[in-house]
Design a protein around this ligand. Structure first.
Ligand code: GLU
Length: 484
């Protein structure tokens, strides 16, 4: 398919494995994916792993897992830049040969002193172009001294670079604000700028959609494309994501790594819907959009320039909404790993799926995340429940009255043959009058007896699911707990 500009859409997600992917990274991946799917184009995955000093073990796997978890499938890749060094070096030679780049022999110590001086003079840190026009004999001297050079781009000293950003419109940078940035480092690895431009060209990327923080790198990239006589892709920078306090989103606003949301029990569909609204909107009103609707509706025209604000409450609300939409079978499948992970080890595994289904049908309305389920449901799975015996007492319920009520109710329940909520309620409700207790008080007491909690799902449904044997054991246990 062709985009509005007439080229076929090829976009890429190009993370650096310098840490686990955070919300902002994945929002970038999602916008690229939506754009590709909307235009029937290609979504390419490229790992930008040329900064070997900042590489984090395991990060690539987490990036791939996160994309898979969210259903952001890629059509090509993953390509690894670290396996493509020859392509970058070849291009650097061309740039050197044509005078667009030069060798710089400055030692790290010299650069450090220079930066220090600049800081003292309150000047922005910028390479002073010491090696830009070295005389031949000086170069020969440096070379024979064994200094390993880096390769720098020969940025034009005057003029400016303007490009059209699909989100920010016309953007202009004066060349005197740019420096002669490094293309190839002394370890032989390319910098981000070089590898990124070469790969976007070689991989025939049509649109570069990336976070706003890269906007200031783009004039350098445009200059590189010009020097190489390549046509630049179209650029679109995505607005920043801020925390509720309007500071850049960080750890202190809650989890920022996407895999933590998976562990906390968010659903991929909820996450995708939520992330899509961080910087894009359909109409400023619509909050719930399915994956299909997002693909259909997504457009760069509706990506905003203003920073998006991350709202955890909204995410929770959205997750609760998507959870409630699951049918029971799907719910069981989603919840099972969380129950297995978080229920105490002594609860017998494998858990019985049919029983889990009955339990979940009672608590599914109350969970905002799947990780809440083991806690909400634990009393259904334990042989013995722990609670403060004081909870068995109440206004009209001293130990004696409570013991009597528990004994009477237990006896009544033993007689019940059809163990369903309606029959159970029909049998137990009349006991309140006989015991001279309010219905609320009696039911409150029984709730503690069978669940150990003051807040739990509807009482008789709970008793029905727990089953006769377990319930009667809990009545006996409660009697033992009461003070004599
Ligand atoms: N490797 C860069 C990153 O980690 C990619 C930026 C870009 O998309 O150009 O975000």
């Amino acid at each position: 398919m062709q985009s509005e500009s007439g080229t076929s859409v090829r976009v890429r997600f190009a993370p650096s494995p310098t840490g686990y992917p955070h919300l902002g990274n994945i929002r970038t991946a999602l916008f690229n994916w939506l754009f590709a799917r909307h235009h029937d184009g290609k979504f390419i995955l490229r790992i930008e792993d040329t900064d070997i000093t900042r590489k984090v073990e395991g990060a690539v796997e987490v990036i791939l897992d996160s994309l898979q978890w969210l259903g952001l499938d890629w059509d090509e890749g993953p390509y690894f830049q670290s396996q493509r060094l020859a392509i970058y070096r070849e291009t650097v030679h061309k740039l050197l040969k044509e005078g667009h780049a030069y060798l710089c022999y400055c030692s790290p110590e010299r650069l450090e002193t220079m930066r220090h001086e600049q800081a003292k003079q309150k000047q922005p840190p910028k390479y002073d172009r010491h090696c830009r026009d070295l005389a031949q004999e000086e170069r020969t001297r440096l070379e024979s001294s064994g200094a390993t050079p880096v390769v720098r781009f020969r940025t034009p000293l005057e003029g400016e670079t303007t490009f059209h950003d699909l989100v920010y419109g016309l953007v202009t940078f004066r060349h005197d604000t740019l420096d002669d940035f490094v293309l190839l480092k002394s370890d032989g690895y390319p910098t981000y700028h070089l590898a990124n431009v070469i790969d976007d060209h070689v991989m025939t990327i049509s649109h570069v959609l990336r976070a706003e923080e890269w906007l200031s790198s783009t004039p350098r990239h445009v200059l590189l494309y010009q020097a190489l006589n390549w046509q630049a892709p179209q650029f679109g920078h995505l607005p920043m994501i801020l925390g509720p306090d309007r500071a850049k989103l960080s750890k202190r606003h809650g989890s920022t790594n996407i895999n933590e949301y998976q562990k906390e029990g968010y659903l991929p569909d909820a996450m995708v819907n939520f992330l899509a609204l961080l910087g894009w909107s359909l109409d400023d009103r619509t909050e719930v959009l399915s994956r299909e609707e997002l693909i259909k509706q997504f457009s760069l025209e509706r990506v905003g320039k203003t920073a998006a604000v991350f709202n955890k409450d909204k995410l929770e609300w959205m997750n609760g909404f998507y959870l409630r939409k699951l049918n029971l079978g799907e719910y069981v499948q989603q919840a099972m790993p969380f129950l297995n992970r978080d229920l105490p080890g002594f609860v017998k595994r494998p858990l019985d799926e049919a029983y889990v289904g009955e339990v979940l049908s009672l608590i599914k309305e109350r969970a905002k995340t799947l990780a809440e389920i083991p806690q909400l449901a634990s009393f259904f799975f334990l042989d013995e429940i722990q609670y403060d015996p004081g909870l068995l007492l109440g206004k009209k319920l001293d130990a004696q009255a409570a013991a009597k009520a528990i004994t009477v109710a237990s006896r009544q329940l033993q007689e019940v043959e059809i163990w369903d909520a309606t029959t159970l309620e029909g049998n137990v409700r009349p006991l309140a009058g006989e015991l001279n207790l309010g219905t609320g008080e009696l039911f409150g007491l029984l709730r503690i007896v069978v669940t150990g909690r003051t807040a739990a799902p509807p009482l008789f449904q709970t008793i029905a699911v727990l089953g006769k044997k377990k319930c009667l054991e809990r009545f006996d246990a409660a009697l033992r707990l009461l003070p004599a």
